[in-house]
Design a protein around this ligand. Structure first.
Ligand code: IMP
Ligand code: MG
Length: 175
């Protein structure tokens, strides 16, 4: 594990992530206390964030996953491929999309429209990280964990070519 972190520098600690998740969970709990919304986690990156978040909310929920691919290394390929669609029926249901990070906005733009096409009652979007200087969307991102700079980050579910997802918190690549 130490060798694994050789070229990484710690960016956001597990304590800071936990505190922020408590805040996000409280915010969602005020909105959804009387509902049973469906969390839709965007695979693979959101799996750790989603699992921590759902254990902090105080309302019932259902959980599904969707999977797309757009990245190759640290560059987006600009093409979105739907690898795995949702399985639950979300028609007239409240949906909470959970993303690890919004960078160019391409992925969330594609998925928002895709999920909207199933006619849910409403859609909320929660992302752990946001590089807001990189995207321009014509819908709102309802909850942002942390606004970050445009550097590439790994850990806590986020990868570089599928590696580093298991790291306990968020790291930057050393230049
Ligand atoms: P977008 O389509 O450009 O917004 O990119 C969104 C997806 O790219 C996210 O779901 C991540 O999987 C990946 N991504 C973007 N930036 C980073 C990063 O800094 N680290 C790891 N993955 C990233
Ligand atoms: Mg991803």
């Amino acid at each position: 594990m130490n060798k694994l972190k050789n070229n990484l520098s710690k960016y956001i600690s597990i304590d800071d992530i936990s505190i922020r998740i408590e805040g996000i969970a409280a915010q969602l709990s005020e909105i959804f206390y009387d509902d049973i919304p469906i969390f839709i986690g965007i695979l693979n990156g959101s799996f750790i964030f989603l699992s921590d978040l759902i254990r902090k909310v105080n309302f019932e929920c259902e959980i599904d996953f969707i999977k797309v691919a757009s990245y190759d290394g640290i560059e987006t390929t600009g093409k979105i491929i739907l690898d795995k669609d949702i399985n639950l029926d979300i028609k007239n249901k409240r949906v909470i999309i959970v993303e690890d990070i919004i960078d160019s906005g391409l992925t969330i733009n594609y998925l928002y429209k895709h999920i909207l096409s199933y006619n849910p009652k409403d859609i909320s979007i929660v992302t752990l990280l946001s590089k807001k200087d990189n995207y321009n969307l014509n819908f709102d991102i309802d909850v942002i964990g942390f606004e970050i700079t445009t550097e590439f980050v790994v850990g806590y579910g986020l990868d570089l070519n599928q590696r580093f997802r298991q790291l306990d918190c968020l790291y930057k690549l050393k230049p």
